[in-house]
Every structure is written in structure tokens, then in C-alpha cells.
Design a protein around this ligand. Structure first.
Ligand code: SF4
Ligand code: SF4
Length: 777
């Protein structure tokens, strides 16, 4: 089993609470059966690496179905979902027979219809369709998609019985039934898997002849380990194949919706995708296997044995638990969940990195472009009208409501929490991507397994550590640099174990004479010490290094020699760490202070506490963002020229860095200013407010050098808040400072809006800032 699969199979457990906000799931694939009457040689259920079907019961038991329906209804009610889609699946669901299908549909409708609209569907090979079954489908309003790969020759390439006999005639018989007026309402469409050996137009015509309400073309499942079959010297054969159909389809006047092509056209003009194969729509889907286990999407069966497993099931776990599963959560982070290449790609809004399963590579997991990257790019370029700019669509990663709220410059607690959950999702996604590499490093592997176990029994402790700003920075560094310290994962896990009060033994790395435990502090060790054996127990730990043995209980007043606890400022329950130990805090483009002496640190924490209170009182509109997002302040070295210095960095989301400040009022302004940068970083992590390919620069009043659009957006957003703080302060000097910042913001907003580099979402965001500014006059 790969390391990644170990995380997934272990990530659940009785009573597990979802770690943080859960994005609800509204689509379910329900495996009524696990066997099939056909033996298609391209079938991902039986012919691909995952062989879990062998351990499944042939048919879902009535009690399992009831529990599944209960779970789905419970989840819909909890999250107030309007619509839930359930797809009856297999194997071949028709093997359940007319009675089994009717019973399943009745039970699902009985439980779910009172809570949410149930969109009930079935995916079938169609060969067992009978009038009796069709009657049941119509009675329970079940829409059926039928798999067919084209005409007789095309279909027979793969879709045969185990005897080798053709299934084509039987499928056509089934389709004939669905075309009958009395059954037509249950005909959802045809699903066709592409084979380059088949003539695309002949396939299109054969499918069209079945008068389907919709056609869906699927790329055959492949990944970087098992790449798509390509004729030699043809760089983009799948794009060519689909483009031949696209041309004919346009010439025919688009007689039937083709889901893949329509989704690409829709996303080109800022619309939504209708398939998880392309686009950045969230993957809000989970599979319920015949035995009641939750699995990830079926297409992952093509990656490796055990790939779709979650370790969760409908009897012990709620759907919320499945939604919080790292590999399901990662697929709900939109743009942020993609690899660096895809995030930078000019067609990412349309492509979305392709189907998740097609990104798999054994060494890097799913942190790759699609194995069909070249084809997808070519297809999109060839299909997209030249006058549609590919990157200017608003994103769906942040709802318009949240974006509008943040655009005012302020932001409610709810919006700030949304940004925090985006950050947490990103960190989790980074860790999942690192997991295959962690398997090859003993300390990292042990840390990974401990983290997975803790996520099951103490998710809040794991969350507290993963939200620490510098964990993200460390993880990003590991992602971008193969020589970075992956073994630090053991330190991350140890910190979570200590916070959870768990027992664990692990070896953690030491670097430059210190062993660091994120959120807790650091311990001095000999400079040549590279590893320390840690026994975690009773909310503390005992470290054995260089013949010494030290026991530390973080939070207790008795601080043993060599332990440097992180100190914190506290204001009305809001803890902000004074971070002067974390080895990854050096990311602000300015020299950070070394470990502060106790008296100096005491002065810092007291001043921080006063400044936090001051924000509450005089700049309350910014307090929710600050209270929710600010987790650490990093002391910078004092500027020799006496300049006031502060900074925030997207890579260390949740931290701001500040050089010593003369008074509380100035510190309050700096905190508000830098937290605005954090908010903007978080928004830009998942939402394109501007065209990233636009290299133009703008002259701004607060800098001598022209700034890129991103810099101007950041500056404008921060200065809007600073102006607001000064606006509320008494005195002529404050009024003058207010006017200066207001005018800077005003001019920069005009310049941004005039430049034409903002996306639709960016323009909307800028107009919200303008509304706030205008409201002051
Ligand atoms: S009909 Fe579907 S489930 Fe059955 S073997 Fe063919 S592809 Fe697999
Ligand atoms: S075309 Fe390739 S690089 Fe671009 S988003 Fe798609 S898979 Fe990623």
C-alpha cells in the first residue's frame, strides 16, 4: 500500500469530528451491486489496479441501503441542501432486478424527499432493461444513462460478455425501450468511452441515432504511470478526435448537448462546468460501496490498488466525516488544490487540471497536470473563441457573498472563517501531496502516520498545528525543493500529539542546534545533533539527545533548561503567538529577531495585548478578520535608520512581522494594515481578481517604483483600512493622515479600474472598496 493510501484508509474512526469547516456533499454514487454481466476490457472497476470489488457483497443489503439513505438525508438536513443527486451504480445496477431497484428507489425517496429534492439517476450498460424495469424507473422518477461506445464495431472493441459475445444488440434493445414515449422521461443520455481506433464522426452518428437527451464522452482512464495510448508522432490525438466531433456537432447545429464540449464552452465565458472532467467546480461527490464503505470517486480505481479507500463507512461515520477526509477535501479547494503548473496555466479555468485520477504519478501523487494535459490544452485552444480571455472569469471558490463582504475592506467573522478554512484546506492538500515522498523517509513516514491517527482521534489538535503559519511555509518549501527537510513532518506530528495529550514515540530532526515543535517552542540541543528521540506523554514530552534527558510540559510555569516556549499575547480569549523560535519564520524579506530575552518578550506581549484591544475599540470593523486570522507576530530586528517596518507573506498565512514599535496606537495600525494583506493573500489564493498574464505596472503614490497589478491591489486594500483607522482618531494630525491614505486609495482604485486588467470578480471587489470609500464622504 502506498503512503498516500495509508493516510486515506486510516483517516476515519468512531466519533471522529470533521476537522474544521466541512463543504457539504450533494452527489452520491450508490453501488447497488458489485458485479456485472459484461466483461468490458476497459472497465475501471474490474480491469484497473484497484481490485476492491472482490471483497464486496454482490448486492447491497436492504439494511445497508436504509442506512445510506438515512445518512444522505441527515447530511442534507444538516447543511440545508436544496437538491441531492444519487446515482445508482455498480457493477451493473440492473442485476438488482426490477424489485430490488424499486425497493431501493422507494427507500431513497422515502428518506430524502422530505428533506431535499432527490435527483435520482442510474448508470447502466442497458442490456437487462425490460419494460417492467422501465415501469419502475418511471414510477420512481429515475433517470438512466446508458454506456455505449458507438456502432457495432466500435462497441465490440471493448464492451463484450465474458464469452466474447457482442453486447451491442442487447444495448440497442434497451435504448429502444427508453426511446418509447412512455419511458422517454427516464432516458438521461449515453456515456461513451473514447477509443482512437474508432472513427469519431461515425461514433457521433451512431450515438445520435439513439436520440439521446445528452451525450458524454469520457477519456479512457490513464495517468502518468500508465499514460494514454498515443499513435507515434501524433502529439494530441484525443484533442484531434474530439475536435472532429466538435466541428461536425457545430455544423449540425448542436442537435444534442455534449457535456464535455458544452462545459468547455461554458467555462470559456465564465459559466459553470457540468462535469468533473474539466473546470474548477468543486468535486462534492462520494461513493457508497455495496458494503456501505465510503469511497472516493470511482475513477481513482485506475490509479493504484486501494486508491479510492477512505476507511470510513455509513454505519460508523456521518457524511460530514467523509467530506472532511483529506483526499475529498483537497478536491474542494478549486484552483488552490492544483499543482503549480496548472495554477499558472492560461487555460486552467476551463481545464481545471482535468480529471483528478488522470493526474496520478507514483512519486508525486496527484500534484501534477493531467496525463492528457497536451490534449486538453489543444482542445481548449481550438474550441475557445479568440475574443474570450481565458482567465477573466470570476471564481466559484469564494461565494459572491463572501467576496462582496471582504471587498468592503472589513469582513465578518463568517467571511474570515471562510478564508481560514481555505488556508487549512491548502495546507492539508500540500501534506497529502507530500505523502508519497514521506513514505521514503523513515522519520517523515512515522510523522505522517501519527498525524493521520491523530486526525481521527484529536482533529482539533491537528488543526491547531496545521493552521500555524509556518507549517504551510515548510510544506511549500518541501513541495518546491526536493532537498528541503521533509523529516520536519515528525515535528509537526509531535506538536499535534503533545497538544492532543496522546502517547507517542518518534524520532524528530534537529537543525542548527535546535529541535522545533510548531506552536509550542524549541529545544536547544548540541549543534551536531541531527535527531532526537521524543517520548510524548501526558501533554508533554521527554527528549533524549546527546546523553541528556529533558522532560518538558508546555504551558507549565516550570520551564526546564534548554526549552524555549513560544510566548503569547492574550486579549479577550484571542491568543497571538510571539513567534521567535520557529525555523521557518524567516520569510518576510527583512531580518527577523533572534530569541528575545524574557523581559523584552514580556514588553512585546503586553504591548500586543494593548494594541489588540485598541483595534477592538477603535477599528471594530477589522476586528473579526484580525481575531480569526492573526495567529502569530514575528518580531523583526529594529531598523537601523529608525524606520517603522512591518510585513505579511502569503507563504506564512496567519503571521505578520513587525519591528519594535514606539506606541500601541502605531502597532494597532500596523496590525490592521498587515492583516488586510493576509486577507488579500487568502482571496488571491483561490480567486483570480486580475489577469495574471497582464505584466503592466502602475505608478502609485506610496511607492517610487511602478507596481504590478497584484501589488496595487494589495496596497489599495491595506490603505483603505489604514485610512479608516485614522478617520476615527481625533486631532488634526490624524485627519491629515486619514486624507493622505484616503487619497492614495482613491487614486489607486481609479487606476486599477481604468487599466482593464481586473477580472469580473476583481472589478466587483474594487467597486466594493470604492463603495466604502465613498460612504465616508
Ligand atoms: S458494463 Fe460497465 S461495469 Fe460492466 S464491465 Fe462494462 S464498464 Fe465495467
Ligand atoms: S492544460 Fe495542462 S497545465 Fe493546463 S490546467 Fe490543464 S492539465 Fe493543467
Amino acid at each position: 500500500m502506498s503512503q498516500a493510501s495509508a493516510l486515506r484508509s486510516d483517516a476515519g474512526g468512531p466519533g471522529r469530528k470533521p476537522p474544521g469547516r466541512v463543504s457539504p456533499l450533494s452527489q452520491y454514487v450508490l453501488k447497488l451491486t458489485s458485479r456485472c454481466d459484461l466483461a468490458c476490457d476497459h472497465c475501471y472497476v474490474y480491469q484497473h489496479p484497484d481490485q476492491s470489488w472482490r471483497h464486496q457483497p454482490h448486492v447491497m443489503a436492504a439494511s445497508t441501503l436504509e442506512q445510506a439513505a438515512r445518512r444522505i438525508a441527515e447530511h442534507a438536513a444538516t447543511h440545508g441542501l436544496d437538491t441531492v443527486r444519487v446515482v445508482l451504480h455498480g457493477g451493473e445496477p440492473l442485476l438488482a432486478g426490477a424489485g430490488g431497484l424499486a425497493a431501493a428507489a422507494a427507500e431513497l425517496r422515502r428518506r430524502i424527499d422530505p428533506v431535499a429534492r432527490l435527483d435520482l439517476r442510474m448508470q447502466s450498460n442497458g442490456v437487462l432493461l425490460t419494460p417492467r424495469i422501465c415501469d419502475a424507473l418511471v414510477a420512481y422518477d429515475v433517470k438512466v444513462g446508458i454506456s455505449l461506445d458507438g456502432d457495432l464495431a466500435a462497441n465490440d472493441l471493448h464492451r463484450r460478455y465474458a464469452s466474447g459475445q457482442s453486447s451491442h444488440a442487447a444495448v440497442l434493445r434497451g435504448l429502444g425501450l427508453l426511446r418509447r414515449p412512455e419511458y422517454r422521461s427516464s432516458y438521461a443520455g449515453i456515456l461513451c468511452t473514447i477509443d482512437l481506433a474508432n472513427d469519431p464522426v461515425a461514433v457521433y452518428e451512431a450515438l445520435l441515432a439513439q436520440e439521446p437527451p445528452q451525450i458524454d464522452f469520457l477519456l479512457p482512464h490513464a495517468n502518468w504511470e500508465r499514460p494514454p495510448a498515443r499513435p507515434e508522432g501524433v502529439p494530441t490525438p484525443y484533442a484531434d478526435w474530439l475536435l472532429a466531433i466538435h466541428r461536425r456537432w457545430l455544423a449540425d447545429g448542436r442537435p444534442v448537448p455534449i457535456r464535455l464540449l458544452e462545459s468547455l464552452l461554458s467555462t470559456a465565458s465564465g459559466g459553470a462546468t457540468r462535469t468533473e472532467a474539466v473546470g474548477l467546480g468543486f468535486a462534492d461527490l462520494v461513493v457508497i460501496e455495496t458494503d456501505g464503505t465510503f469511497e472516493q470517486v470511482d475513477s481513482l480505481k485506475s490509479a493504484y490498488d486501494g486508491a479510492p479507500a477512505t476507511g470510513l463507512d455509513i454505519f460508523r461515520h456521518r457524511v460530514d466525516d467523509a467530506a472532511a477526509h483529506p483526499m475529498i477535501a483537497i478536491r474542494q479547494t478549486g484552483l488552490a488544490g492544483l499543482c503549480a503548473t496548472c495554477r499558472e496555466c492560461e487555460v486552467v479555468r476551463q481545464c481545471g487540471g482535468g480529471l483528478f485520477a488522470h493526474r496520478y504519478r507514483p512519486d508525486t501523487g496527484f500534484d501534477n497536470p493531467s496525463a492528457y494535459c497536451a490534449d486538453l490544452k489543444e482542445l481548449i485552444h481550438a474550441m475557445t473563441p479568440a475574443d474570450v480571455p481565458a482567465q477573466r472569469q470570476p471564481t466559484d471558490a469564494l461565494s459572491p457573498t463572501v467576496l462582496d463582504d471582504l471587498g468592503t475592506g472589513y469582513g465578518t467573522m463568517e467571511s474570515a472563517r471562510h478564508l481560514a478554512s481555505v488556508h487549512l484546506g491548502l495546507v492539508r492538500a500540500l501534506l497529502v501531496d507530500l505523502s508519497p515522498r514521506a513514505a521514503h523517509d523513515e522519520r517523515a513516514a512515522a510523522g505522517w502516520q501519527l498525524l493521520v491517527d491523530l486526525d481521527r482521534i484529536a482533529p482539533e489538535a491537528v488543526r491547531a498545528v496545521l493552521e500555524h503559519p509556518f507549517v504551510r511555509r515548510w510544506a511549500q518549501r518541501c513541495r518546491d525543493d526536493a532537498t528541503a527537510d521533509l523529516a520536519y513532518l515528525a515535528c509537526v506530528a509531535a506538536a499535534a500529539a503533545i497538544r492532543a495529550g496522546a502517547d507517542a514515540e518518534l524520532t524528530v530532526p534537529a537543525r542548527d542546534g535546535a529541535l522545533s515543535l510548531p506552536t509550542l517552542g524549541a529545544m536547544a540541543v548540541d549543534a551536531d545533533e541531527e535527531a532526537v528521540l521524543l517520548s510524548v506523554h501526558d501533554g508533554g514530552f521527554t527528549a533524549r539527545a546527546g546523553g541528556r534527558r529533558i522532560t518538558v510540559r508546555p504551558g507549565r510555569p516550570d520551564v526546564p533548561d534548554g526549552w524555549r516556549p513560544v510566548r503569547a499575547a492574550v486579549s479577550d480569549g484571542h491568543h497571538v503567538l510571539l513567534e521567535d523560535t520557529d525555523p521557518y519564520r524567516d520569510c518576510f524579506g527583512a531580518p527577523v529577531a533572534a530569541r528575545l530575552p524574557a523581559a523584552t518578550a514580556d514588553g512585546w506581549t503586553r504591548q500586543l495585548t494593548r494594541a489588540l484591544r485598541r483595534v477592538d475599540v477603535e477599528a471594530g470593523g477589522y476586528a473579526p478578520g484580525l481575531r480569526t486570522l492573526l495567529r502569530a507576530v514575528v518580531p523583526l530586528r529594529a531598523d537601523e535608520g529608525g524606520m517603522q517596518r512591518s510585513a505579511a507573506a502569503g507563504a506564512a498565512f496567519g503571521a505578520v512581522a513587525v519591528a519594535p514599535v514606539a506606541d500601541d496606537a502605531a502597532l494597532a495600525v500596523l496590525l490592521v494594515h498587515e492583516v488586510q494583506h493576509l486577507k488579500m493573500h487568502a482571496v488571491l489564493d483561490v480567486c483570480d481578481l486580475f489577469d495574471r498574464h497582464d505584466r503592466r505596472r502602475l505608478v502609485v503614490p506610496w511607492r517610487a517604483d511602478p507596481r504590478p497589478v497584484e501589488g496595487v491591489l494589495h496596497g489599495t486594500y491595506a490603505h483603505l483600512a489604514v485610512a479608516d483607522v485614522w478617520r476615527r482618531r481625533p486631532g488634526g494630525a490624524a485627519a491629515a493622515t486619514f486624507r493622505r491614505y484616503r487619497d492614495w486609495t482613491d487614486g489607486a482604485l481609479d487606476a486599477l479600474l481604468d487599466l482593464g486588467a481586473l477580472t469580473a470578480a476583481g472589478e466587483r471587489f474594487a467597486h466594493r472598496m470604492r463603495d466604502t470609500l465613498d460612504s465616508w464622504s
